[in-house]
Write a protein of this length. Structure first.
Length: 443
């Protein structure tokens, strides 16, 4: 009898405990992410971006109630609400409110409209990258127009060729940056709505009128990004070099230190250490620069000039060539590293509280379609553009990375892997099959 009562009491307590757990689960929730760098949760840059958004954020989803979209959207937005409690999600039924759908220019069932401080951004793709890009665009406070000089062989901002910048600019476009073509044979000056002018590795000599327009833009306080590469030294741009107080040094930079990172071409610079400056502060990713021209500053002309990029102590400059680089030779005018190949310049604008900002770099390939995804090239490029556009809150957003996403094997590891999977494992399976077949025949 007592054993029966004990069993009954145990069952009652078990049911009460289960009921208590069920009740508490409806009132409280906890989430644990044990992946490297919490990769199953919001990325570090998404969390950092949410911290910079002061004030409420409203998301309206135009999703039909019966298609299963709403639970997925609610779950997706909940990841952001954990870090920003004043993010509000509401749903609108397109069938019940067609007028609101037309007014919001909704074209896809489930499309989101994100509103922040009176600005809004439509989003039809439910991914963390697209949602975070939309938040970055809202944080800018409006679309930024960047004028790219064209007509002299420059890298095309939306081009698909290996040397063009199309992949990089597609990322910036999602974050509220629009590229405009600027051909000085068609216009006399920079458009008034341009926040930045980019001169991306011209191949042909610029006309005197184009150079004068660029000099005038800088003298009037305009922001400039200038990418230059080895082999295109003159191009009629001496007046622009003078107004910036910079110069190109002869030849190119050779840096054999990249062999430590399996980069065996000494003309490709691998950089892992950065001088202290507003762009690279806290930046710790390796970057790769194929074909670099050394730079130097000659006079300040009222600028504050800081080094952005610098080669290693093993580097040196030598004359431009295509074959194996010559050894360091002082008699031939070679310079021993470290050598500067990137500068940031800034100064106060007359009668304004903002800074004029300029970045000059001795390489343009690092942002090209071919090399953009090497190491931290893309995050560095985004930092440069955000700084030049005065979007300082976006400059230091951490890049997303995790140590277990890539497997790098040396030649010894590759040989062992081939031996295991191509020889030992097939032979073992064949031997095991032969033994089993022999034993079955015996019995």
């Amino acid at each position: 009898m007592r054993r029966h009562l004990d069993s009954l009491l145990f069952a009652v307590l078990l049911l009460l405990g289960a009921a208590a757990v069920a009740y508490l689960s409806t009132r409280y929730s906890a989430t644990f992410d044990w992946t490297a760098y919490a990769r199953a949760s919001l990325a570090p840059q998404s969390r950092a971006l949410l911290k910079t958004l002061n004030g409420p954020l409203e998301v309206t989803s135009y999703a039909s109630p019966g298609r299963g979209l709403r639970p997925a959207i609610r779950s997706f937005i909940a990841r952001y609400q954990r870090y920003k409690p004043d993010l509000v999600l509401r749903f609108v039924d397109p069938a019940e409110y067609p007028g609101k759908v037309r007014a919001a220019h909704i074209s896809v069932d489930g499309e989101l409209v994100i509103q922040y401080h009176g600005r809004q951004h439509r989003l039809s793709q439910l991914t963390e990258q697209s949602f975070t890009d939309a938040l970055a665009a809202l944080l800018r406070g409006g679309q930024r127009h960047v004028a790219f000089v064209t007509g002299d062989g420059e890298r095309a901002p939306y081009g698909k060729a290996d040397a063009d910048l199309g992949t990089f600019m597609a990322t910036l476009s999602a974050q509220g940056v629009m590229a405009l073509p600027l051909n000085f044979s068609q216009v006399a000056g920079v458009p008034k709505n341009a926040s930045l002018v980019v001169l991306a590795s011209p191949l042909a000599q610029l006309s005197p009128g184009a150079v004068a327009a660029l000099v005038r833009w800088v003298q009037n306080g305009g922001n400039l990004l200038w990418l230059t590469d080895p082999g295109h030294s003159s191009l009629g741009l001496s007046p622009l070099w003078q107004v910036l107080g910079l110069t190109r040094l002869p030849g190119e930079i050779i840096d054999p230190s990249g062999t430590a990172m399996q980069v065996h071409n000494p003309r490709i610079l691998v950089t892992s250490r950065y001088p202290a400056n507003p762009i690279t502060y806290g930046f710790a990713m390796n970057t790769l620069f194929p074909g670099v021209v050394p730079l130097a500053h000659t006079t300040r002309n009222g600028w504050t000039i800081e080094t952005l990029l610098q080669s290693s102590t093993q580097s040196y400059s030598t004359s431009l060539g295509t074959g194996p680089p010559a050894a360091f030779n002082t008699a031939q005018g070679n310079l021993r590293g470290p050598l500067d190949f990137g500068y940031i310049l800034f100064r106060s604008r007359p009668h304004q509280r903002t800074q004029q900002r300029v970045v000059v770099m001795g390489d343009g390939d690092f942002l090209s379609n071919t090399f953009l995804y090497n190491g931290g090239n893309q995050p560095l490029g985004q930092r440069i553009f955000n700084w030049l556009l005065h979007d300082d809150r976006l400059v230091r957003l951490p890049p997303r990375s995790a140590p277990d996403r890539h497997l790098a094997l040396g030649q010894t590891g590759l040989n062992l892997e081939a031996l295991l999977f191509l020889l030992l494992l097939p032979l073992s399976l064949a031997g095991l099959g032969s033994i089993l077949a022999w034993r079955r025949r015996r019995h």
